[in-house]
Design a binder for this molecule. Structure first.
Ligand code: LUB
Length: 226
């Protein structure tokens, strides 16, 4: 399954969200809209807790019961939203990847040149890896690859293809040093980012990631700029 970011945006949910019939009856006096809001809030609570426990303990040492206890729910309440541990795992990883389009839009909204847009996007991504528990949990799961092939997106390929596109625009704009291949530069940036966040995670639980990435990207972008 492609890990392409655009592909993931279209990626189907892994569990059917219960369809609401047009004339659904408000249960317990709550409007259907309020019920949907509460269900979405509950799913977010479960996802955040699962991501935190997956990041801290890994897939194998995290049970659905652990997640339920962490959010103060019964296992049944968790299973209502995520029918299996695998569905919960897939949901955390998908939520991890679904963070990126908004960061790309924010970087592009600044109206920078293509190379500075890449730089700004990766700075935002470093902040997300430092602060966002779902990003952290998704990264741990993608490291472990605990599910059979094909159930989780292929890691890294989405970022490599996105950065290759953006760096090709930078080359067309004359922003890249002569002879720099956008594809090679994209692969280098993704590898450097992945390694920087991994070492930061192991040594400081990512507390120093934004600074570490700032040091890495200054060196890399100095080599890329025309
Ligand atoms: C990124 C991770 C951790 C790549 O794209 C991915 O799959 C990634 C999780 O697998 O780092 C670097 C931006």
């Amino acid at each position: 399954m492609s890990g392409d970011i655009v592909e993931l945006k279209k990626h189907r949910a892994t569990f059917p969200v219960p369809e609401r019939s047009p004339g659904s009856i408000a249960l317990h006096g709550r409007s259907p809209e309020l019920q949907q809001e509460r269900a979405a809030h509950t799913r977010k609570q479960i996802l955040d807790a699962a991501a935190q426990l997956f990041d801290e303990r890994g897939y194998g040492k995290t049970s659905v019961k652990d997640v339920a206890d962490h959010v103060g729910m019964t296992k049944g309440a968790v299973y209502f939203h995520y029918p299996t541990k695998e569905a919960l795992t897939i949901a955390v990883v998908e939520a991890h990847y679904h963070r990126w389009p908004a960061l790309l839009e924010a970087a592009q909204a600044k109206g920078l040149g293509p190379l500075d847009t890449v730089c700004d996007l990766l700075d935002r991504t470093a902040q997300a890896f430092q602060d966002d528990v779902v990003v952290q949990g998704g990264a741990r799961l993608q490291m472990e690859q605990p599910l059979p092939d094909g159930l989780l997106p292929q890691p890294y390929v989405g970022w490599i293809s996105l950065l290759t596109e953006l760096l090709a625009e930078a080359a067309e704009a004359g922003e890249l040093r002569e002879g720099v291949s956008p594809a090679a530069a994209a692969h280098t940036l993704v590898s450097a980012f992945f390694g920087t966040q991994h070492i930061s995670a192991r040594l400081t639980r990512r507390a120093d990631l934004v600074q570490r990435w700032s040091d890495s990207r200054d060196l890399i972008f100095a080599a890329l700029r025309g």
